[in-house]
Design a protein. Structure first.
Length: 69
């Protein structure tokens, strides 16, 4: 249910908001990878979660672009 709510929130956002969300997620992923490399990351499953969120955002951006054509 939590993931479905997140996806619905993404679908309601504009293209600009989705782009901002994508940039924020990529920055978070970079920071998580950096923490993991320096052995400061406690919750390593967060990396997998953020990667999936990036894929979800990109999928919705692509779907909106195709719908606009």
């Amino acid at each position: 249910m939590k993931i479905n709510k997140y996806v619905e929130d993404l679908k309601n956002k504009s293209a600009a908001e989705l782009s901002e969300e994508l940039v924020a997620a990529k920055k978070e992923l970079f920071n998580l990878r950096f923490q993991n490399a320096t052995n400061q990351l406690d919750n390593t499953s967060r990396i997998k979660e953020v990667r999936k969120n990036i894929a979800r955002i990109q999928t919705i951006i692509t779907a909106k672009a195709n719908a606009a054509k």
